[in-house]
Write a protein that binds this ligand. Structure first.
Ligand code: 6GP
Length: 820
């Protein structure tokens, strides 16, 4: 074990030396940030040995390896997590204590590496953790954005985006690998040249611009098994003396252009979650990291193998949503134009190598690139996609003669657009959704035509989360308690949590369990006091909704309900009311106006309610600024109620729901995404379910929606809160501030139906469910049982389980073993 190798005195010495050599300071003189760097570098020393050992093992055994291609990896802080997975957390904490250094404070100095938006990027990070922990060879491939997800400030109730300069002080865990740099080419034109020797046409890209892709590797440490995999993220640099195309030699303007291209390309992560921005630069980012990753992958493969026709025996590529779908065409390009394969041979390899995961059915997230932009930027890649499309359409016509409607619906290139999902499905050997319900909706609604034609490709892989970060690291009190009760097997086998079931009737165990939640609520209350200046009562119900801000996630429903409760308390001050703290955390995409209005509304409601002395603090509303992985860990640990209230059918899976469950917060939610499976595991009596079913929603949608006016004019309480959006109650008399939100509920705008997300339709049922929460919470022991049952039944939602399913059904990887 690492911990055996861990030598306390040597480690302390190392930290001291690092501070001396890096900063010419003593520990006492060093700043927090400097201590963080010094400690991290000392930790990296140990990691490197195992990293090398893992590489050596992979060299020797030549195992089948997965390349997880993703535009996003929302890693969160590395130091604490690395120590946990090295099983050295407690020892390092002790060593630092002896030096008068507080490990928690050191961890807080690390900027959150936030190279992702939300669910999709965090899932990728959990998957890397599980792959290493289960001992599977894997590379994460992505982009080293200079600026990750923006930092959110709340000013005067509004979201303000601040750049996230996470690399400012350097990233101590990464290693730059110049020797693996690759050239990536954009634009220009393609000359076709007949080669009489091979009797083939060669396709030669000319007059292009190029950038140099330089990889940085970050270690991904398996828990307690010495396996260290690699997250490889690519930086872009200008090509200066690199083999510039002869035509361009000495072309100064061109050189400057390439310089700019390189600067721009990895500059910033697009802050859109579940939404397609359609920006040229985004397409460049996609091609940049895909081309570099595939070139590197082929070089690595060819070191040991001379027949690229067998690539799929050693390599599999998972495309995390459609963002990496250019991998299909780039692999074809490399196999044909560089490796000399015939089309059919290349297609055979490609379609056995790439697989696709779909993460959303939201229409606005579908990537459709305009043909003119696409063909100008990637001329050769476009040709290849045209040919894939031509051959695919032939197949559709053969299979469904005369059904031109179907051809039109399924084509990859149609109406001047390149449809990336279609390309991913046509080429992929596997297509999966991320929760059972989501996969069923894909098969029978969104992707029905494809499912009809190739049902064998479709499969489900319900998402999961890593218990190492979200329990061990985020909630040490509960983690230690669980270990005390059932041993530590749960750390790598979450299904063992079911052994906790025997404690639901044990009053002493329940009391301890409750006390832990209370301590965690105190910790969050302190955080809120520090960052929001708001006093919250740790004995109140902590009702939490943290996730990206999106209309379909319905933070709006939540805050309207808060407004409704407030009206009730004002009308009936004597009525029984269990004190509640409503906690929100959410970033809105910078250009998403309605999402930003919702943030402002939540903050305005918070202002009015928190400052109304007449309600005796019965309701508090808190908007936590800059929700991100590091504060999420604190928030999940402290939650009583997990708000998962998306319009049924819209949330593909959700993963926050699982993190709350793991930390003992029952779900208040709709039958959407993975909530369905959570309820199945924990029992409906340990959750609070409300609202339309996905079938009902889909039915309404297919038949023109419903009429919210029927509700608005007939339910006086609802009308009152909706009207309060435009009567100045929450806007200092300004009747226009929330007009758009009001309109979205009651007025049809052109194409957009009124109340598209069924907020008014679900309102009563939501309010009833909230009432049931209050009733249940009054019974303190009853509530603790429900909460504990959630912990005990969360086993299915480990990303270890998810990854094992990917391996068994899709990837078929070999194991690696690294000896200490
Ligand atoms: C998200 C889904 O919205 C969420 O339900 C799911 O849990 C998560 O992916 C992981 O599968 N989708 C995205 O973040 C996204 O950008 C294109 O999809």
């Amino acid at each position: 074990m690492y911990s055996k190798r861990f030598e306390k005195e040597a480690f302390k010495e190392e930290v001291k030396n690092n501070i001396k050599n890096l900063y010419r300071k003593t520990i006492e003189e060093a700043t927090g940030r400097q201590i963080f760097q010094a400690v991290s570098l000392a930790v990296k020393e140990t990691i490197i040995d195992y990293w090398l050992a893992t590489q050596a093992e992979m060299e020797k055994e030549d195992p089948k390896t997965v390349y997880y291609m993703s535009m996003e990896f929302l890693m969160g802080r590395a130091l604490g997590n690395n120590l946990i997975n090295m099983t050295a957390y407690k020892e390092v904490k002790e060593a630092l204590d002896e030096m008068g250094i507080d490990l928690n404070a050191v961890e807080d100095e690390e900027p959150d590496p936030a190279l992702g938006n939300g669910g999709l990027g965090r899932l990728a990070a959990c998957f890397l953790d599980s792959l290493a922990t289960l001992g599977y060879p894997a590379y994460g491939c992505g982009i080293r954005y200079r600026y990750g997800m923006f930092k959110q400030k709340i000013e005067n109730g509004y979201q303000v985006e601040v750049p996230d300069n996470w690399l400012k002080d350097g990233n101590p865990f990464e290693i730059r690998r110049d020797e693996y740099a690759k050239e990536v080419r954009f634009g220009g034109d393609v000359r076709i040249e007949y080669d009489p020797v091979t009797k083939r046409n060669n396709f030669i890209q000319e007059n292009y611009s190029s950038v140099l892709a330089v990889p940085y590797d970050m270690p991904i440490i398996g828990y307690g098994n010495h396996v260290v995999n690699t997250l490889r993220i690519w930086d872009a640099e200008a090509i200066t003396d690199f083999h510039l195309d002869a035509f361009n030699r000495g072309d100064y303007r061109h050189a400057v252009e390439q310089e700019n291209l390189a600067k721009m390309i990895v500059d910033v992560l697009y802050p859109c979650d579940d939404h397609y921005a359609g920006k040229e630069l985004r397409l460049k980012q996609q091609y940049f990291f895909i081309s570099a990753s595939l070139q590197a992958l082929l070089v690595r493969y060819k070191k040991k193998h001379d027949d690229v026709r067998k690539l799929h025996e050693k390599v599999t590529i998972q495309m995390n949503d459609t963002h990496p779908t250019l991998a299909v065409a780039e692999l074809m390009h490399l196999l044909i134009d560089q490796e000399g394969l015939e089309w059919d041979e290349a297609w055979d390899v490609t379609t056995k190598t790439v697989a696709y995961t779909n993460h959303t059915i939201m229409a606005e997230a579908l990537e459709k690139w305009p043909v003119d932009l696409f063909s100008r930027l990637l001329p050769r890649i476009y040709q290849i996609i045209q040919e894939i499309d031509r051959r695919f359409i032939e197949q559709v016509r053969f299979r469904y003669p005369g059904d031109e409607g179907r051809v039109a619906r399924m084509a990859i290139i149609r109406d001047g657009q390149v449809k990336m999902a279609h390309l991913a499905i046509v080429a992929g050997y596997s297509v999966n959704g991320v929760a059972r319900l989501h996969t069923e909706i894909l098969k029978h609604e969104e992707l029905k035509d494809f499912y009809d034609m190739m049902p064998e490709k479709f499969n489900n892989k319900t998402n999961g989360i890593t218990q190492r970060r979200f329990l061990m690291h985020g909630n040490p009190l509960l983690a230690d308690w669980v270990t005390k009760r059932i041993g530590d097997g749960w750390i790598t086998d979450l299904s063992q949590m079911s052994r906790l079931k025997k404690y639901v009737d044990d009053p002493k165990a329940l009391a301890e369990f409750r006390e832990i939640k209370y301590q965690n609520k105190l910790r969050l209350a302190e955080y809120i006091k520090k960052y929001n200046g708001i006093e919250v009562d740790p004995r109140s119900i902590f009702d939490v909704q943290v996730k990206r801000l999106h209309e379909y996630k319905r933070q709006f429903l939540n805050i309207l309900h808060v407004m409704y409760l407030y009206n009730q308390i004002k009308d009936h001050p004597e009525m029984y009311f269990y004190p509640r703290t409503f906690i929100f955390g959410a970033k809105a995409a910078a250009g998403y106006v309605r999402a930003k209005e919702t943030i402002k509304l939540i903050n305005s409601v918070a202002d009015v309610i928190n400052n109304d002395k007449s309600i005796n603090g019965k309701i508090k509303v808190v908007f936590i600024e800059d929700y991100r992985v590091s504060n999420a860990e604190i928030i999940f640990a402290a939650a009583d109620v997990s708000e998962q209230i998306s319009t049924a059918s819209k949330e593909a899976s959700g993963t926050g729901n699982m993190k709350f469950m793991l930390n003992g917060a029952p779900t208040l939610g709709t039958m959407d995404g993975a909530n369905v499976e959570i309820v199945e595991e924990v029992g409906i009596e340990n959750a609070f379910i409300f609202g339309l079913s996905s079938d009902e929603v889909i039915n309404f949608e297919n038949n023109g929606g419903y009429n919210p006016a029927d509700i608005y004019f007939n339910d006086w309480d609802i009308k009152r809160v909706v009207d309060q959006l435009i009567d100045g109650t929450y806007s200092n008399g300004d009747r226009e501030m929330y007009r758009d939100l009001y309109d979205s509920l009651v007025n049809t705008h052109g194409q957009e139906r009124a109340d598209r997300y069924f907020i008014l339709k679900d309102f009563r049922s939501y309010a009833d469910a909230q009432k049931r929460v209050e009733e249940a919470y009054k019974d303190r022991e009853g509530w603790a049982k429900k909460a504990l049952m959630n912990v005990a039944c969360c086993g299915k939602f480990s990303s270890d389980r998810t990854i094992q399913e990917y391996v068994d059904d899709i990837w078929h990887l070999d194991h690696i073993k690294v000896d200490a």
